[in-house]
Every structure is written in structure tokens, then in C-alpha cells.
Design a protein around this ligand. Structure first.
Ligand code: SER
Length: 319
């Protein structure tokens, strides 16, 4: 029987990945885990939950052994902006956590999903139609950990027999748990502020173009990649995937279709602007399309409509 462990289950991705995995495979087949207690975030209470610090190998071994885990979705990580504030902590968690989870996956013959990112690219990467295989010289500690993670996962697949798979995820837009300190967070926050205050002050400049994706597409991509026929996978780790290319200005234009008097202004954060400037404008995801039939379902209009449908009922405009 398939038994799945999700680390970082209370984060932006994990909190939507767990319910979808439970819907597909049954609540008892999916063990949510996080270094936070679930009561604090109020998620994951419809099935098993474990307190887990991924940097402690004994804890990871114990959870994997007790539950007979066969697949791990390793989502525990620091995002780009927070990582720049705490580079040592970012290395410890992003690399130390992955290394220990990989070791346990090797020892217990688990498949492993590891998320990479547009952050694995840097200023010398071709910014438009960024190829699957290209220059990767990131200038952030987050990017350094993502490139190292891609290579470490390749190594474990090639030499140590672990079925590792991964995606280079773009900025993710969702209405559930908030993102935890990334450069692309503006694309979530803008919806909250638009509904509450009809205005938003953006920390990136109007023309900063980045790949983005709506969370349901990202969750489906992860699950479909893990189910893909391994015989078709030439790249295996860190497939480029994207759904739309957004600038703050373009997103604001879409929001105005729902809130006509919405106003955006700009107060640029030089740290996050520099990070955004070093990332691609648009990734080429043809390898994912060819090797496991990846195709996004949400474009900008469909994503924005769904965000408003979900958030408008939850947020009080007079807050
Ligand atoms: N959304 C992430 C960040 O901004 C990128 O992977 O850090």
C-alpha cells in the first residue's frame, strides 16, 4: 500500500498538497508533518500528523519506519527573501533537511519529490524561454541551495538508486496558507489588499516579469510527475514548469476587471527587486510537456476569478 509523508505540511504548498493527496489516496495513507504544531495553523487535522524536524535524521527515520512510508514529498524549506536574511539557517534547513530525507529515502526505498524553483537560475541564465538545461549561477543563498538540491537528487537517483523527481516551480498563487517570505509573495498579497483596501503597494517594480502558477496546477503537477512512467523521464529532477508570465502591472490590470477602482503603487524593496531581476522572465517547459504530458489549466483570467471567488467570501472588505 502507498504511504505518503509530506514534510512542511503546514506551509503554502503543503497545506494544499495534503488534502489533495488525501482525496486521491485516502486520509490514513497521507502523513502530514511539520516543525510547527498543527493547532497553530489549523490544518492537517483530517488525518495523521507528526511533529518532525527534517534536520534530525532520527526523527525522519522514526516517522518513515513507523508509518511504512513509500513516497516523500519534501516541502520543508526557507523561501528566497527569508533565506537572504538568514543564509546560515537557509543552508541548514534547505540542504541539511534534504540530505537527511534523501538518506532515509535511500535506507527505506522511498520515492522522493523535491521542489526546485525559478530561483535555481541567475543573472547569466537566458531570461526568455529559459531552457531546461542551461546556465545556473544563482546569486541568492536560496538559489545556491536549489541548484545543489537538484544535483544531489540527481546523484541519489544515478548512483544510489533513489527514485527522486522534481520541478522548478514558478511563483505560486493561492488563497490558502500564506507564502512564507518569498520574492513572488506580492502576487498573493495583492489579492488580499485589493479586496480589503482596493489598493496595494508593491515591493517589485511595475515591469518585473516572473513565471507564475495557480496552486491547483502546481499540486497536480507534483502528483502527476510522481505517477509518471519512469521510462519516459529523461530529466527526472527539476523540470521547468510554468503557467503564466506576470508583472505587477499586468496582474493589477486583471484585478481591475474585478475591482475597477483598484490602485497599485510601488515602494521597491531593493533586496527582493535584485532577486527578481536575477530570475527568468519565462521558462521553457517543453521537456515536462513531452516527458509526462504537463499542461497548465489556469491562465491569468481563470486564476484571478478563482482567487476572488474564494477570497471575497472569507475577507471582510471593511477590515
Ligand atoms: N516563490 C519562491 C520565492 O519567491 C520562488 O521559488 O522564494
Amino acid at each position: 500500500m502507498k504511504k505518503i509523508l509530506v514534510t512542511g505540511a503546514l506551509g503554502q504548498i503543503g497545506s494544499e498538497l495534503v488534502p489533495e493527496l488525501r482525496r486521491r489516496f485516502g486520509a490514513e495513507a497521507v502523513i502530514a508533518s511539520d516543525i510547527r504544531r498543527r493547532a497553530a495553523a489549523g490544518n492537517g487535522d483530517d488525518g495523521p500528523f507528526e511533529f518532525l524536524d527534517c534536520t534530525r535524521i532520527r526523527q525522519v527515520q522514526d516517522v518513515v519506519r513507523r508509518h511504512g512510508i513509500t513516497t516523500i514529498y519534501h516541502m520543508a524549506a526557507l523561501l528566497s527573501a527569508v533565506a537572504e536574511e538568514k543564509p546560515q539557517a537557509a543552508w541548514d534547513l534547505n540542504m541539511g533537511g534534504l540530505y537527511r530525507v534523501l538518506e532515509v529515502a535511500r535506507q527505506h526505498d522511498c520515492a522522493l519529490f523535491s521542489p526546485s524553483s525559478i530561483g535555481a537560475f541567475g543573472p547569466t541564465t537566458p531570461p526568455d524561454h529559459t531552457p531546461q538545461v542551461t546556465i545556473q549561477r544563482p546569486t541568492t543563498i536560496y538559489g545556491v541551495t536549489k541548484v545543489a538540491a537538484e544535483l544531489l537528487c540527481d546523484y541519489y537517483a544515478l548512483h544510489l538508486g533513489v527514485d527522486t523527481r522534481g520541478l522548478r516551480l514558478p511563483g505560486l498563487i493561492s488563497h490558502g496558507a500564506p507564502p512564507g517570505g518569498g520574492t513572488t509573495d506580492y502576487a498573493v498579497d495583492i489579492f488580499h489588499q485589493a479586496i480589503r483596501h482596493r489598493r496595494y503597494t508593491c515591493f517589485l517594480g511595475p515591469g518585473s516579469c516572473l513565471d507564475m502558477m495557480y496552486m491547483p496546477d502546481a499540486i497536480r503537477a507534483m502528483i502527476e510527475l510522481m505517477a509518471a512512467d519512469p521510462g519516459r523521464l529523461k530529466h527526472r529532477n527539476a523540470f521547468n514548469v510554468t503557467a503564466m508570465q506576470l508583472t505587477p502591472e499586468r496582474l493589477a490590470g486583471e484585478i481591475r476587471k474585478h475591482i475597477p477602482d483598484f490602485v497599485i503603487d510601488y515602494d521597491i524593496d531593493p533586496v527582493r527587486q535584485a532577486i527578481a531581476d536575477s530570475w527568468p522572465n519565462s521558462m521553457d517547459d517543453s521537456a515536462a510537456r513531452e516527458e509526462w504530458d504537463w499542461a497548465p489549466r489556469y491562465d491569468l483570467a481563470a486564476m484571478a476569478k478563482d482567487m476572488f471567488d474564494n477570497l471575497s467570501t472569507r475577507l471582510n472588505p471593511s477590515d
